[in-house]
Ligand binder design. Structure first.
Ligand SMILES: *Cc1c(COP(=O)(O)O)cnc(C)c1O
Length: 388
């Protein structure tokens, strides 16, 4: 009997320990974990550098109010701005807090320049920006919003890839376009570079803001720190979370100087957001990700993974429809429902997770070894053979 609410359909498996790319279950089995908490444990389980950082900080100070200066947060914000488009950072505790704060920043910007009626956010239908009341209606998914009315107003939608409907949906009330650079839950669908550049152009022309949700695809997962960096586009606001905490709850909004103008004292806050413990861990994650050649290696190893998966696709053209994604955010799209395939992978000791459109999402830690990818490839091949 479980006393947890039933809002998750949990797999019947629990873990007692993790190390790097591996998880050890309570019933004594060893799994290759290519879920990693859904792109959260960017440096794998029980990373020694992160253990050191949390131990050290836990002996000094865990939490102080944002009413005081927090040096660890000053340091993390400085590093994030030095390496990215951003001029300022606002720390949160989760992805949805970061996306919701991004919406607030966009609205507040137009309010502060005397255009309070410019407050609507344009999003992709069936995208994913989190589970608060506002963000479920931002995502525009029937499944996520069902039973949670009244509808939170202020969001308009266009279909992924439908450029005509996007242009039509922009009105003089539109404040921002908010999209995921790579739609994670939505099926690991990448917005092509030329589309991102076109989006930026449209935003410039209409004088609206561009919010790129990199909660899942950001912080090195794509092989660059941000997935949008491949396109050379500069967004105005970027929410991040998942990977930046390496397993510790941590989110942030990165923004440029222009939009930061609206965020005056008292306009937003978070009790836990940016506390010393979270900030120290964030800094320890960046110590690794900003290391010379770390991201180059993510690019190299993910290229290898994609090419091996494409070979499997060629061998099983009636089973696998497409290998999708960017870097180590990988989607294996089947022609039919993926549930049983994921179960068989798990039976063969490889953990993966579903996404929309019959996609199996594969999310190794960013420091995954080539030998571990080879094991995964072998298991995927074996299961393909079974299903063929
Ligand atoms: C996971 C995710 C969120 C929400 O993050 P939480 O930490 O679960 O609140 C928002 N946007 C995207 C793109 C995500 O993948």
């Amino acid at each position: 009997m479980s006393f947890l609410a039933k809002n998750y359909n949990r797999r019947k498996i629990a873990f007692k320990r993790g190390k790097g790319s591996y998880l050890y279950s309570t019933d004594g089995k060893k799994y290759l974990d290519f879920v990693q908490g859904i792109a959260v444990n960017s440096l794998g389980h029980a990373n020694p550098n992160l253990i050191r950082a949390i131990n050290k900080q836990s002996k000094n100070v865990w939490h102080v109010s944002n009413a005081f200066i927090i040096p660890e947060g000053e340091k993390l914000a400085k590093r994030l701005t030095q390496k990215t488009f951003a001029d300022y950072v606002m720390f949160q505790n989760s992805g949805v807090e970061a996306t919701e704060a991004s919406i607030k920043i966009a609205r507040r910007y137009f309010y502060s320049i005397g255009k309070p009626k410019k407050n609507r956010i344009l999003c992709i239908k069936n995208s994913f920006h989190g589970r608060t009341l506002a963000t479920i209606f931002a995502s525009g998914s029937k499944k996520m919003t069902e039973g949670f009315g009244p509808k939170v107003d202020g969001f308009d939608h266009f279909q992924f890839g439908d450029h005509k409907s996007l242009k039509k949906a922009i009105t003089n009330k539109t404040a921002a376009i908010m999209v995921e650079t790579v739609l994670g839950e939505g099926g690991v669908k990448t917005i092509p570079d030329w589309c991102l550049r076109e989006l930026r152009k449209i935003c410039n022309k209409k004088k609206i803001l561009l919010i790129l949700d990199e909660v899942q695809c950001g912080v090195g997962r794509s092989g660059k720190f941000f997935a949008f960096e491949y396109s050379k586009v500069k967004p105005d606001i970027v929410p991040i979370a998942k990977g930046i905490g390496g397993g510790f709850p941590l989110g942030a909004v990165l923004m440029n100087k222009k939009v930061a103008f609206g965020m005056t004292p008292g306009t937003h806050g978070s009790t836990f957001g940016g506390n010393p413990l979270a900030m120290s861990i964030g800094n320890a994650v960046l110590d690794q990700i900003f290391k010379k050649n770390f991201l180059k290696n993510v690019q190299k190893i993910s290229k290898y993974f994609h090419s091996e998966l494409n070979k499997i696709k060629m061998d099983y053209p009636k089973l696998i429809k497409e290998v999708r994604g960017m870097g180590l955010l990988i989607g294996l799209q089947l022609f039919k429902d993926q549930t049983n395939f994921i179960k068989r992978l798990e039976y063969n000791k490889l953990l993966t997770i579903r996404a929309a459109e019959n996609v199996i999402r594969i999310l190794p830690p960013l420091n995954v070894k080539k030998s571990e990818i080879d094991i995964a490839i072998k298991i995927i091949r074996k299961v393909c053979k079974e299903f063929n």
